[in-house]
Design a binder for this molecule. Sequence first.
Ligand SMILES: C[S@@+](CC[C@H](N)C(=O)[O-])C[C@H]1O[C@@H](n2cnc3c(N)ncnc32)[C@H](O)[C@@H]1O
Length: 249
Amino acid sequence: MTRSVFDPAAAAYDQLRPAYPAEMYDALERLSEMSLRGARVVEGGAGTGIATEALAARGARVLAVDVSLAMLRHHRVPASAVVGRAERLPARDGSVDLVCYATSWHWVPFDQGVAEAVRVLRPGGSLALWWNKSADRDQTWWRSCWASVCRRGVAPGAPYARDYEVHDLDEDLRRTGAFTDVVRHETRWERSVPVADRLAELATHSAVIALGEQLDDFLAEQRATLTAAFPDGMVRERYLTHLHVGRTG
Ligand SMILES: C[S@@+](CC[C@H](N)C(=O)[O-])C[C@H]1O[C@@H](n2cnc3c(N)ncnc32)[C@H](O)[C@@H]1O
C-alpha cells in the first residue's frame, strides 16, 4: 500500500504547510548531543520533505521514508526519498544516529514505532519527534474552525481524532524503558498569511481532507470567519513547535 489520506493534497501541502524554525534544529542538535553534520538520519513520515530539506542543509545524510508515493513525488530531496513504513524502517540494526518524525508520529502505532526506532539506532542514538502546533487555540476564529470540523464528523479512531494534545508523550516514551533520557523543547514563532493561503492550507489537513463533499461549504464558512477576524485580509498565526527527544544508552 503506497497511499495515504494526504495524496490529493500533496502539492498544496508542500507549498503551504509551515516549515520548522531554525531554533528547533539547534535544540535538536543540543538535546540529542550530536551534530547533524554527517549524521545518519532516518526520517519517518517524511512527506514532501519539509524537514528533510532542513536536515540535509545542516549536513545530515537523510533516508526519508513515507507510505505515500504521491507525497514523495513532491519530495524536496528526491534522491533521499523511499517508499516505506515506520513499522518496518528500511535500515539495518544499529546503523543510524537519529530517527525522527516531523508532524507524523501520531500516524505511527506507538509501540511498533518505538521498537523500530530502537532497532535501527546505534547505542547513544536518539529518537526525535516534533510538531508545529497552533498557539491560537484560545482564539475564537481557531476554535470555531476546529469545532466546525468536529461537527461535520471526524471518523472515529482516525489519528486526527486522538486527543494527543492532552497525552503526555514524554511520559509514554519514558515508560517504554527504551530511553535513558527523554527531554523536550518548545519554540514560539508566528507568521502572517493571506486568508486565501490559510484556507488552502487548512485543506491539506487530514481531518479537513476527510470532509469530502462538505469541503467547499466548510471553506466558505471559514472564509467568512477569517475575514471578520482579520479585516486587512492577513491571518496572524502563532505557533509552538514541540520537540521531544529520547536518547538511548
Ligand atoms: C502530516 S504529514 C507530515 C509530512 C512531513 N514530515 C512534514 O513535516 O511536513 C504525515 C506523513 O506521514 C505519512 N505516514 C502516515 N503513516 C505512515 C507510516 N505508518 N509510515 C510512514 N509514513 C506514514 C503520510 O503519508 C504523510 O506524508
